[in-house]
Design a protein around this ligand. Sequence first.
Ligand SMILES: Cc1cc2nc3c(=O)[nH]c(=O)nc-3n(C[C@H](O)[C@H](O)[C@H](O)COP(=O)(O)OP(=O)(O)OC[C@H]3O[C@@H](n4cnc5c(N)ncnc54)[C@H](O)[C@@H]3O)c2cc1C
Length: 383
Amino acid sequence: MSGDTPRRVVIVGGGLAGHTAAVTLRAAGYDGGITLLTAEPHPPYDRPPLSKELLAGTVDDTTLPTDLADLDVDLRLRCRALRLRPDAVESTGGAHRHDAVILATGSSPIGLAGASRAVHELRTVEDARRLRAALREADSVAVVGAGWVGNEVATRAAALNLKVTVVDAAPTPLARALPAALGEHLVPWFAAQGIDLRLRTLVDGVDERGVRLTDGGRVDADIVVTGIGARPDTGWLLGSGVPLSPDGAVEADATLRAGPGPVYAAGDIVRWPSRLFGARIRVEHWDHAAASARTAARNLLGHAEPYDPVPYFWSDQLGHRLQYVGHHHGADRLVLRGDPAGEDPWTALWFHGERLRAALAVDDPRGARDARRRIAEPDTRSR
Ligand SMILES: Cc1cc2nc3c(=O)[nH]c(=O)nc-3n(C[C@H](O)[C@H](O)[C@H](O)COP(=O)(O)OP(=O)(O)OC[C@H]3O[C@@H](n4cnc5c(N)ncnc54)[C@H](O)[C@@H]3O)c2cc1C
């Protein structure tokens, strides 16, 4: 630790990133004060199981294993940060003096315009429990958005024998994450699970009977779930001096520092300059939330490590395990290994010249592991 180690660190956001930042500070030997502010009424918990095991009913509690009290972390529940000042964070629970701050406020779901009845979103454990209870009572569900979370919800609902319809404006599923040439291979998976997938279909609104479509059609359903993306929860940072993009992301440097003072950012909210991919990138993934928080915490203590991971993401949906590694924007060639129409594992590989940039492995964990290693290889980087 350097001579100007802060005496009090305030971490804002009690998700995986905030939690990991606190654990990392202590693991690195930091013995000053740590305050962790979270707007939620629970200690930090994991979100990926919310749309998987928790909806399926095999898990009810996803609290992260390390007890922060044992680490002498002052955890403030139901405490929403309202303003960042150079010397303190103002919150609904008062002002918290700081010498350094880690920002980790994650994202909130984008709401669906034109809904005249309650729709389900899925971000918190309360959302997941509410949705699980509603699915048990329902016969039919309409899911708006064929993205990662929407497809996982549709998968669980179909497993409960509900009539499931997925509606998306895009021409292929997972359109924000994958090019159409790849997304089109996923289309038959929906029918195989008994799910009615309606692509190129725009929602006009939601009413008591279900979803109204702009073409005059309808999808009648007992419950409506939206999964149309999330936005960084950073409105409270406006005017603080922390650089924010129009999409709400915190713009950090290569060490995840985000501002003139000792302010670092981690998790869903942060965009950083990736040397590996030659671009500024932001990802909303579990692995990155933990890894960026570890780097931010160490750098706050005086290290100057660049953050330059190979992003990794997984999803269990429509009878398949999808694992994505890397960052395919800027790639010039997409190569398929295996047959997407067959039963066996297959992998899509993105190249820029000879260099592997990204891969999507379907039911192929070894393919994902190998690709991740190749993308990170130093000699690959220098090409
Ligand atoms: C249903 C679901 C399924 C997912 N499945 C996968 C998956 O299979 N694989 C994968 O890689 N990723 C998955 N993800 C994404 C992954 O969970 C997120 O990328 C990760 O949770 C981000 O962590 P975070 O700590 O940055 O933010 P969050 O987990 O969003 O935590 C941020 C915390 O900050 C709090 N907060 C916000 N504003 C304030 C404020 N002003 N003051 C105080 N506290 C505040 C929030 O209430 C929240 O508790 C999933 C996400 C969801 C929602």
